[in-house]
Design a protein around this ligand. Structure first.
Ligand code: PMP
Length: 360
């Protein structure tokens, strides 16, 4: 068996060590004679796994006690509706910062429930930067401010946390949660689909300040009410038990790497290497403003788009998988989440230099 380097945007690479552990525990979890997938979510064994995962995430992100951590289903996309259903709390508008594809999807869904004020948009520059704090036009009447700290497709990442003057800040951290330290107390709510830095697809993590719970829009389905999930420790119905378990293994792996500080230093180094390779060449290009270049998702184009297919083919043969850009934009994209080793980036930059020399 030889595992290849996986640059997929999500579902994405998982640490080999964790996959091996899950394999070893698969048939007989800790001497119970069952796999974790075959156990009741209400068994003492499973509840201890679930609680440990929550505690480890709390430790890793230093989540304050007045925040609930929810392990839900439905993907980040369900949060596009769950957020307005729960956080409007009698108000009729919300502020949104528009920095790309994922912001736009969140905006479109929120419009079903409230007035959306676009506090800033970088659409005019083709979403190649994030707006500065000074460029945000926030309204004091907004129920919350929503933004996407890392746009997975555009590769645009905020280099600061917006100041919202007491209005709850909501962040879609699907593609950069756990990639660098953040101060959770600056946020009203953080959500993330798991399939990048947390674990397998099928699990969605929500971190929400507890004073924001309990006032949903009339008609909100029970399963879309954060307070219901919080009161039931995310077991109002059968939770995604395997995903939650595997997320727990990832959190323990992350702790063994030295936690978020340590992985952040590695992520920065990985990203800087790849951007340096792109910038040093006339053949490769990345359009994003330097300050807003993502550490997680790095799109790049070739000087001759006719070579895109060959690039992907030869990269594949070299064991570098899933480098094709999002179907909506084309070009290339290397997603280098926590579980993508530095050796993968080294192999990619070597391949890029070789490709440029032989084909460029
Ligand atoms: N937001 C962001 C920033 C994403 O990258 C994605 C998935 N790529 C989503 C939302 C949608 O996530 P899901 O597929 O889990 O609904």
């Amino acid at each position: 068996m030889s595992r290849k380097f996986n640059f997929s945007a999500g579902p994405a690479a998982l640490p080999e060590e964790v996959l091996a552990q899950a394999r070893d525990e698969m048939l007989d979890w800790h001497g119970t004679g069952l796999s974790i997938m075959e156990m009741s979510h209400r068994s003492d064994e499973y509840v201890s796994v679930a609680q440990q995962a929550e505690q480890d995430l709390r430790d890793l992100m230093a989540i304050p006690n007045n925040y609930k951590v929810l392990f839900l289903q439905g993907g980040a996309t369900s949060q596009f509706s769950m957020v307005p259903l729960n956080l409007l709390r009698g108000k009729t508008s919300a502020d949104f910062i528009n920095t790309g594809v994922w912001s736009k999807k969140a905006i479109a869904e929120a419009k079903r429930y409230c007035n959306v004020n676009i506090a800033a948009s970088t659409e005019a520059n083709n979403f190649s930067s994030a707006p500065t704090q000074q460029e945000l036009t926030l309204s004091s009447e907004a129920a919350y401010v929503h933004y996407t700290p890392n746009e997975t497709i555009g590769g645009v990442e905020f280099d600061y946390v917006p100041e919202t003057n007491g209005v709850p800040l909501v962040a879609d951290m699907s593609s950069n949660i756990l990639s660098r330290p953040i101060d959770v107390s600056k946020f009203g709510l953080i959500y993330a689909g798991a399939q990048k830095n947390i674990g397998p697809a099928g699990l969605t993590v929500v971190i929400v300040r507890d004073d924001l719970l309990g006032e949903t829009l009339p008609g909100t389905p029970t399963m879309f009410d954060y307070a219901v999930h919080a009161a039931a420790d995310s077991m109002n119905n059968t939770p995604p038990t395997f995903g939650w378990y595997l997320a727990g293994l990832i959190f323990q792996w992350l702790k063994r790497q030295g936690g978020v500080e340590a992985i952040s230093a590695m992520n920065q180094r990985k990203a800087e290497k790849l951007y340096a390779a792109i910038d040093a060449s006339e053949f490769y290009a990345n359009p994003v403003a330097i300050a807003n270049r993502s550490w997680m998702n790095i799109p790049f184009t070739l000087a001759d788009a006719a070579l895109d297919k060959v690039f992907i083919q030869e990269a594949d043969q070299a064991g570098l998988l899933n480098l094709q850009g999002h179907r909506s934009v084309g070009g290339m994209r290397a997603s280098i989440y926590n579980a993508v080793p530095e050796a993968a980036v080294d192999a990619l930059t070597e391949f890029m230099a070789h490709f440029e020399k032989t084909r460029g």
